[in-house]
Ligand binder design. Structure first.
Ligand SMILES: [Zn+2]
Ligand SMILES: [Zn+2]
Length: 143
């Protein structure tokens, strides 16, 4: 099994060989801030299974124990670095995020109350083709 991914602009790309390990979503305040979203979705892989195929993440040392990697060009969060042997990758940076399914929630005490009712939230119908908008997002495959 081989999974690829990268940042929104494509300056940083990676590939993981073998089966990824445990995936989780973390609601802690630091993940909320680092992802600027309701949670961080991360999967643990062996450092030896990870290859940076284009560029490298910049890192912010978010605590004495943890560094968080991101694309310096576009800001996409990419890593949670906590060990010499293992590293966490952002699930939604993978080209096929559905290939990595989180199985556990962490730090639920920081989860906003509305997240418990997400499935019940009103859904706006799809907007259809967006006409003149041209995406500059890197495609979900290696280039
Ligand atoms: Zn980028
Ligand atoms: Zn967290």
């Amino acid at each position: 099994m081989s999974l690829s991914g990268g940042c929104q602009c494509g300056a940083v790309r990676f590939r993981v060989e073998g089966d990824p390990g445990r995936a989780s979503i973390c609601h802690c305040r630091m993940c909320q801030k680092a992802f600027a979203g309701p949670f961080g979705a991360l999967v643990t892989v062996k450092v030896e299974d990870l290859t940076w195929t284009r560029g490298r993440p910049a890192v912010f040392q978010s605590s004495d124990a943890i560094a968080r990697g991101f694309c310096a060009a576009c800001g996409t969060p990419l890593t949670f670095e906590w060990s010499a042997e293992k590293i966490d990758l952002a699930v939604f940076a993978f080209d096929d995020p559905s290939a990595v399914e989180p199985g556990v929630q962490l730090a639920v005490e920081a989860r906003p109350a509305w997240m418990e009712h997400l499935a019940d939230m009103a859904v706006r119908p799809p907007m259809g083709p967006t006409g003149a908008v041209v995406s500059r997002q890197h495609p979900d495959h290696d280039t």
